[in-house]
Design a protein around this ligand. Sequence first.
Ligand code: 6PG
Length: 248
Amino acid sequence: MKGHLEILPTPDALVQAAAEQIARALIESVRARGRASVALSGGSTPRGVYSLLASDQFRSNIPWQGVHLFWGDERCVPPTDAESNYRMVNDALLQFIRIPVENVHRIVGEGNPAEAAALYERELRQVFGLQEDGVPRFDLMLLGLGEDGHTASLFPGTSAVNETTRLVTELYVEKLNAYRVTLTFPVINHSRQVVFLVSGKSKAPILREVLQNSLLTYPAQLVHPSSGELHWLVDQDAASRLETVNQQ
Ligand code: 6PG
């Protein structure tokens, strides 16, 4: 198993541990480098974490003025759509924190997918001050795990999984009948710290496959930051199929 696995007893404990890890990374990055860049994951698992970060327990301890928020992926829908990852983060976190509007880098998913991907790639290059062939180095990359082993919007069997040049790509996901825009593995694997958040019994089979099946068959198994940390924060339900592992 690659990376550091932490199994939390309940979903609430997972949310608390994730919020603490995110806050620590943001605070340390701003202290060390004057700013922090984080790519937020979408879906439903992280919503509770974002809400906790917006709470009195965390909100005022995080130097939001130095934090740059990005999204790891986005559904190609308007930002007001119930499916929108931007809307989920706005509802849970953005509306409660004082973060400069120029620090919030939304994927403009509602337009043409290819144009959205190109626009986001340009924004990454501009914000990170990259040369033509540069790759952004996120201080923190939050990822979820789909039951099919996808992460971000890197779905099994799609060409996006094999993208090694572009920083951002668009893709059509057959089984969802939907377009997505996603960061690619070159970006994900260049992060200082990658944190997977996995919760619930429904994820137990795939989590066991991803962590304990040595064949590289799922996109999530391709996440291994070349010079960064990989953390798996999972709750007991999600971990219930794992062979006995030594918790570090
Ligand atoms: C998305 C996410 C996706 C998500 C997984 C897990 O846009 O849906 O980026 O990769 O993290 O599908 O989703 P849940 O947390 O809802 O199970």
